[in-house]
Design a protein around this ligand. Structure first.
Ligand code: SF4
Length: 353
């Protein structure tokens, strides 16, 4: 099929059917950028409250550039992939220093900013500045693959580049924002994955090769899932009457630099945990096993067991840890959601006090 045929029906459909989303009421590149970064790996409904809170606290690129790291992490708590917000701050600082606080209206320059890839640069350029640059995300890949009847692997990054080049000449010159958002919206609401495509309601069905040839279910080809790596962890809640211990994760790797409940590699027995605590000089008066839990990251699954260690007092703080009251823990030490299964044990103790 020729992609040149779809502009008018796509724009027409999008203008009538676009969902009313908060970030669709602005052409401010900062706000569009925030929404695009949040929407990576996170559902639209889940993003809405985060988006509102983030912009209320950090309304412009200067506020983001100057925000303390703990505040950033707190605003991002629950969204996961914290490197995204750290990269945003780096990019915000570059925008302040190199561009006088104004986003460059140029996809190539946008792509040079930390954390902004080809898709995000195209989205900001087209939505905020009206530049007909392609913005090819997973939804657009699926729609274009079906429209053109292309059954190659849409998860191949090289194909993404190819699709960007293929689409570029056809992006509407009069309304590139609606064109790009139309393709994204069609993929998110009509041209759905895994046997859920609503072809009978699709404004592009008469131009669609996969539909015409009865191959919608076969495109894109199912992804070959790599098995997740299983990581065994032992999580410790180490509490005195008033305080709990937390530690910082390493600066690199999964959940880099974030606070966590003290954790040990592997599944440890009670005796091993007590020996570990003694080495740290902790005076444990009670140890209780907690209900095991798991947390799934993209490529890794944590299978966690846990213990609550009650201390007589917290006279000595082990190296690398800090102690905090439960109130301070909530306010100042954002813990990744991977630990959420163990947090009720902290609250339970608090309720008794
Ligand atoms: S006709 Fe079906 S497969 Fe083709 S673009 Fe529309 S929803 Fe997708």
């Amino acid at each position: 099929m020729n992609l040149s045929s779809i502009e008018a029906p796509l724009l027409n459909w999008y203008r009538k059917n676009a969902r009313d989303l908060p970030w669709r009421h602005t052409r401010d590149p900062y706000k569009i950028w925030v929404s695009e970064i949040m929407l990576q790996q996170t559902r639209v409904e889940a993003v809405k409250p985060y988006y509102a809170r983030f912009l209320e606290t950090l309304p412009d690129v200067y506020a983001l550039a100057n925000a303390p790291e703990e505040q950033l992490l707190k605003l991002w708590e629950g969204l996961g992939y914290y490197s995204r917000v750290r990269n945003m701050q780096k990019a915000a600082r570059t925008i302040v220093e190199a561009y006088d606080g104004r986003f460059p209206a140029d996809p190539a320059k946008l792509q040079k900013l930390t954390g902004i890839g080809e898709y995000t640069a195209g989205a900001i350029a087209s939505i905020a500045f009206g530049i007909p640059a392609p913005a090819v995300d997973g939804n657009v890949m699926r729609v274009v693959a079906r429209l053109t009847g292309d059954s190659r692997d849409v998860f191949d990054p090289a194909l993404k580049k190819e699709y960007g080049k293929r689409l570029a000449p056809y992006i509407s010159k009069t309304d590139p924002s609606s064109y790009n958002q139309g393709l994204i919206e069609l993929g998110a609401t009509v041209c759905l994955p895994q046997g859920s495509a609503r072809c009978s309601a699709c404004a592009l069905s008469e131009y669609c090769t996969a539909y015409r040839e009865g191959r919608v279910e076969m495109i894109p080809a199912p992804k070959q899932q790599k098995p997740r790596k299983i990581d065994l962890r032992t999580i410790l809640i180490i509490q005195s009457d008033t305080e709990v211990l937390v530690e910082k994760r390493p600066d690199k790797g999964l959940l880099a630099g974030l606070w966590q409940l003290p954790s040990l590699d592997g599944h440890r027995t009670e005796d091993e945990v007590l020996a570990h605590a003694r080495r740290f000089g902790l005076d444990v008066i009670r140890i209780e096993a907690l209900t095991p839990a798991k947390h799934i990251f993209t490529h890794i699954e944590w299978q966690m067991i846990g213990y609550r260690l009650t201390l007589s007092a917290l006279s000595e703080i082990p190296e690398g840890m800090v102690s905090a009251s439960l109130e301070r823990l909530e306010a100042d030490f954002p813990l990744p959601s991977a630990f959420s299964a163990f947090l009720p044990y902290l609250r339970k103790k608090k309720a008794k006090q």
